[in-house]
Design a protein around this ligand. Structure first.
Ligand code: NAD
Ligand code: UDX
Length: 467
């Protein structure tokens, strides 16, 4: 099928940037991104490009180029589905918070709602593409809904998981390591796969477009995230040993990363991984393994999450014990709240857990993050239900600059690796802090030698040089 019109359901961190790049690279295809969240759509349509709902380097210029030409953001879901030859489903698939599989399984209610809506609205044959991350074999559920509740039109289901990472979404989309497309091996299935291959082939080299069966494609996405998260937990596990023994995690990472079988990427020790994907997808994998009675497999992957929880908790424990076993009434400055640099996303950010632990110890926190909004930070804390919203607002304040946030502070905790933190006037920060002035660098980005010369007492994750 020669695709002329695409609809994408879900204008989030994946749907927005992914469709913007498809629209930019395929000017002859009309791309409409729809969402039920009217505020989000309004923000995507904002004339002020700094108000886009997703912050990603270089995304604004792509939106500027394509929006209104062949890229549209709309709340009129039915119309966009009806008009499209190809529909991407890019809605959220969070961890279930109720019923069977609570706390582990992916909640597929939004996916099912999309499938039912597509079935109800469609009047001609369509290709439906799973862009969301889904448990293996979800395509059969989607197909069953489409075939049994539709108007007799033919649907082909493809799996096309997204591998972009936030903060580098545009680069990842423009130059992907690979594009993965899973589909049926029937004649119609192969035709649908080819239609999607043709779209990506506008800018992705053919040898990077991989086609598989649907189940392999679905499972590859969960597998990739599990492997990546496992690397972070593995290096974080070694960071503790470094701190106890006098080894240095950066030196260890470099030494092992030069082994071409291991490779240098994703070996940065941190206060713990965050983001909307790693934890959710591993929990989902654990659930799938358990549902097949594969308890050893489930336990193996669950350990990646347990290690991550340990890393976050030991970071806050260390702050408390270093500050003479009490932080009650003490001011602690958080540099960063986002789960990584160059994004305004805070989902599952380690900062949230660390803040909660310190607030439980009655610390007073002031946060500076260059991109995360005040409402977002309070919403993250409220979501925990650890204390009432008024208490959260009393015990934690958000500041617009690091100097204000660190005034009279007992300690600074670096939670996100924003580049600008390296360029601060650290002497000025030191002068205005309570003494002794402590820094807890949970990202290993600061030059501790220079900071120690100024007078700071420094703790850096995985650095055992003082042991
Ligand atoms: P998101 O929460 O940012 O966006 C999802 C959007 O879908 C929301 O705006 C929501 O309002 C909308 N939506 C939900 N149900 C809808 C419906 N019935 N009709 C119309 N709109 C609806 O989520 P995201 O981060 O973009 O993730 C989407 C999917 O992609 C998830 O499955 C996720 O696991 C996967 N994924 C995410 C990333 C990432 O970096 N965030 C990367 C790869 C894959
Ligand atoms: C991840 C996957 O990388 C991406 O392929 C998938 O599509 C979505 O999930 P994302 O969560 O956006 O992407 O960011 P990523 O760069 O993977 O970082 C995840 C977390 O791990 C962040 O909190 C990051 O700070 C942390 N991390 C990453 C480390 O602590 N150390 C590292 O070496 C790498």
């Amino acid at each position: 099928m020669n695709i002329k019109k695409i609809c994408c359901i879900g204008a989030g961190y994946v749907g927005g940037p992914t469709m913007a790049v498809i629209a930019q690279k395929c000017p002859l295809i009309n791309v409409t991104v729809v969402d039920i969240n009217t505020d989000r759509i309004a923000a995507w349509n904002s004339n002020d490009l700094s108000k886009l709902p997703v912050y990603e380097p270089d995304l604004d210029s792509i939106i500027k180029e394509a929006r209104g030409r062949n890229l549209f953001f709309s709340t009129e879901v039915d119309n966009a589905i009806d008009a499209a030859d190809m529909i991407f489903i890019s809605v959220n698939t969070p961890t279930k918070t109720y019923g069977k599989g609570k706390g582990l399984a992916a909640d597929l209610k939004y996916i099912e709602l999309c499938a039912r809506q597509i079935a109800r609205v469609s009047r001609q044959d369509k290709i439906v593409v799973e862009k969301s991350t889904l448990p293996v074999r979800t395509a059969s559920a989607i197909k069953s809904i489409l075939d049994n509740t539709g108007n007799g039109v033919q649907f082909q289901i493809l799996s096309n998981p997204e591998f972009l990472a936030e903060g580098t979404a545009v680069k990842d989309l423009l130059e992907p390591d690979r594009v993965l497309i899973g589909g049926d091996s029937t004649k119609e299935g192969k035709g649908a796969i080819q239609s999607l291959v043709d779209i990506y082939a506008n800018w992705v080299p053919k040898d990077r477009i991989l086609t598989t069966n649907v189940w392999s494609s679905e499972l590859s996405k969960l597998t990739a995230n599990a492997f990546l998260a496992q690397r972070v937990s593995s290096i974080n596990a070694m960071s503790v040993i470094c701190e106890k023994t006098g080894a240095d995690i950066n030196e260890v990472s470099k030494a092992i990363g030069m082994d071409s079988r291991i490779g240098p990427k994703f070996l940065e020790s941190s206060v713990g991984f965050g983001g909307s994907c790693f934890q959710k997808d591993i929990l989902n994998l654990v659930y799938i393994a358990k549902s097949y009675g594969l308890n050893e497999v489930a336990d193996y992957w669950e350990q990646v999450i347990l290690m991550n929880d340990y890393q976050k908790n030991r970071f806050s424990d260390n702050i408390v014990s270093t500050l003479y076993n009490t932080v009650s009434g003490k001011k602690i400055t958080f540099l960063g709240w986002a789960f990584k640099k160059d994004t305004n996303d805070t989902r599952e950010s380690a900062a949230i857990q660390v803040a909660d632990n310190l607030l439980n110890e009655r610390a007073y926190i002031e946060v500076y993050d260059p991109k995360v909004t005040e409402e977002r930070i309070y919403a993250d804390l409220e979501h925990l239900n650890s204390r009432n919203p008024e208490e959260n607002r009393e015990l934690l304040k958000i500041r617009q600059n690091p100097y204000q946030a660190s005034e009279n502070s007992h300690a600074i905790a670096v939670l996100t690796e924003w580049d600008e933190f390296k360029t601060f006037d650290w002497q000025k920060i030191y002068d205005n802090m309570k003494k002794p002035a402590f820094i807890f660098d949970g990202r290993g980005i600061l030059d501790t030698k220079t900071l120690e010369k100024i007078g700071f007492i420094c703790y850096q994750i995985g650095s055992g040089t003082k042991a």
